[in-house]
Write a protein that binds this ligand. Sequence first.
Ligand code: ARG
Ligand code: ZN
Length: 870
Amino acid sequence: RMILLSDYQPPDWRVEALELRFELDPEDTRVHSRLRVRRRDGSAPGAPLRLHGRDLQRLSIAVNGAEPSPGSCVEDREGLLLSGLPDAAEIAIETRIRPDANTALEGLYVSGGSLCTQCEPEGFRRITYFPDRPDVLTRYRVRLEADAARYPVLLANGNRVDAGSLPEGRHYAVWEDPFPKPSYLFALVAGDLACIADRFTTRSGREVALEIYVEHHNRERCAHALASLQRAMRYDEEAFGREYDLDVYMIVAVDDFNMGAMENKGLNLFNAKYVLASPDTATDDDYVHIESVIAHEYFHNWSGNRVTCRDWFQLSLKEGLTVFRDQEFTTDCTLFGVKRVDDVQRLRAFQFPEDAGPLAHPVRPDRYAEINNFYTMTVYEKGAELIRMLRTLIGRDAFRRGLDRYFQRFDGQAVTTDDFVAVMAEVSGRDLAQFQRWYTQAGTPQVTARTRFDAQAGVLQLDLAQRTPPTPGQHEKDLLQVPIRVALLGRDGRRLSARLGGAPEAAEWVLELTAGEQSFQLRGLREPPAAVSWLRGFSAPVLLEAGQGTDELAHLVANDDDAFARWDAAQTLLRRAVIARVEDAVDPRLEAALTTAMAALLEDSAVEPVLLAALLELPAHRELMESFERADPVAVDQARRAVEHSLFAPLAERLAARAPERARWDDGAFTAEAMGQRRLLNRLLAVRVAAGGEGALEEAARQYHEARSQTLAMGALAAVNDRAEPVRGELLADFERRYRQDPLVLDKWFALEAASQVGDGFARLERLLEHPGFRWSNPNRVRAVLGPFMAQNHRHFHRVDGAGYERIAHYLERLDALNPQTAARLVIPLTRWRRLDEARSARMRASLEQLAGKGLSKDLADVVERGLAS
Ligand code: ARG
Ligand code: ZN
């Protein structure tokens, strides 16, 4: 059954207040719920009240103290439908649930020794009957009761207003959240947890208690999360004018969690992997991710909680905006210029393929069968790109005023992406009607660009064209408003000044492409530009093809002052080299030019280490696959490796010479400088090993054994993971021995073993699934094994006889019985069969069809069906 945006109806009933009492117990939890409801003004007279409910055992229901007649209280697939109600009523319901039988990890479930919840988007209906939709906001008062010895900590949203003991070794706590909220933001936690606490004083003087709850043995690994939270709170005040609004902000780390984390009001639940860190158990990337997820959830307090979504089609209203906000934070506080490179890399490797495949959907979808399957790269990451484009188009000042107005006007409301854009149009005085199409139209636009220089007139003409390919259900595409930031570099590598239209002279311009084909003139040029720097800062999420020659691109690689554009020029050259090899047309001239360019970069001490590391990296396999209508993934992997080898083999000495001093940077310090140096160390090591340089494997082994920071240990393991034994085997076995008891670190071992293409990958996969540290019930473990096997182990996953696909399909069927949401995510690689060579394509499709024939969950069935539809 499809849910359609066009069917949206405002709720007929408001919930004026909600009281919940939980008698907590893993095998038998009783939920007593008391709702005060009132018919909304203007609602259809006599409209029934819908209470959603799923897998609940209803023990009793009373309307204004009396049991409703059977005809006025009907249970159906969605829950309960109450009719014949007076305009205001109090409804009391008692339900029974079994958290320990909940393996889907939605609603109330058990993780480790704790009880915890995940309600977004529709988990609350697995706890009690309620209008479980984001446009029904109410105040919650929650009383938790549990065994005091087993669950000494009892948490819910808001402020704790009462606590005490009860007979029979039980105790209770009462929590009140003063802010009306939708049910998806409800949370509770009961457990035996350590609390790591600190404080934060907001700029208007509110004292906020910050509390991180973890299992006792993890208490030493919370310092980074706590410091990240404090930085994020300060940043949101300074950069966005947003202040915190409760007396306490809590974070709880949970081992079993479907996603990254959840922004429940005042009580964030986190996948433990995004909280726990110490230099010997977490890499720099882990540190950066933790900081960004902590910030992301904190930023949701305004973009999501204070202003929430009217319905789930509007998910990007909160997610796109919050991703944008966390990206800004990481850019300004931690990674600076290279953040954009990291984000674009991810977007191209994951969102572009989504937009070009069978699961493509607009940032604001208009239909869904299962909303859980729309927590996607498109809604999150492309959604963030739309926000960034808005800022580019209306300017930073107007954008900031627009955000202020948005938060002020819609505080306490559930609104739409249209509302957001309307505010931006209002503050800027610009017509954003065409821009709105970015929200409703799926697919990555293709932009082509050509230039012509008139030396006589000193005018550079730029001819642009746009086209968006069809996506499922959207065959005709409209023209978009595309901001394209450009600059020109002269022979000496410096930017040239010119005039665009009637504007004053400048050295960088934003071309607003709105037509199918459009020309722009840059006037007043005294010399011919040596290179055009296109799409600076990745100003729009498009595929831009400018037909630039090797010399022009090499000039950009050597000189561009925009980190993204510089990196992108190198990526274009590298991509061309790989494509040529895939097509059996090795381009020696191009590869030689690349070697020369790389040699120059290695010599250039002005290139920051972190940027150099990015410049030395080839486009990801996933991204390269997108360059072809159909391709043999094993051949693409081999071509990629061949280019890497041929490019860097002649540079072995320079690569070794450029390596930063290892002992000096091996300290796990969370500074941009230290992390940049370690990134470069690891990148150089990987390239040296790939180039087959003498002593490179030995150097990797040395780096592994001597490493104090996990960043350098993991860098060494990653460098050798696809190399012949014995070095690989020895190092990985050592790592497993060291971290056997540490699930989050062991996940990295699982991931490396699953990804390795050497030896018998199938036998290894079986062994991983039998490993004592593996559990099918834990999403992190399952993702660590199956994810890298599909994404990186091309030789085995893509075995021509289809054995890899069959095996994965079989595992997913098994996983689906436990955890549909995680199964529905992991199946996505099997939907890409159209892009494979014919033999593999048929086999992958067959595996997907076989899976479709099984009794699948709604989650998994939805992805499988869309993956098969033509
Ligand atoms: N709102 C959360 C976040 O982005 C994600 C929760 C998604 N949960 C889910 N079950 N789909 O931070
Ligand atoms: Zn989010």
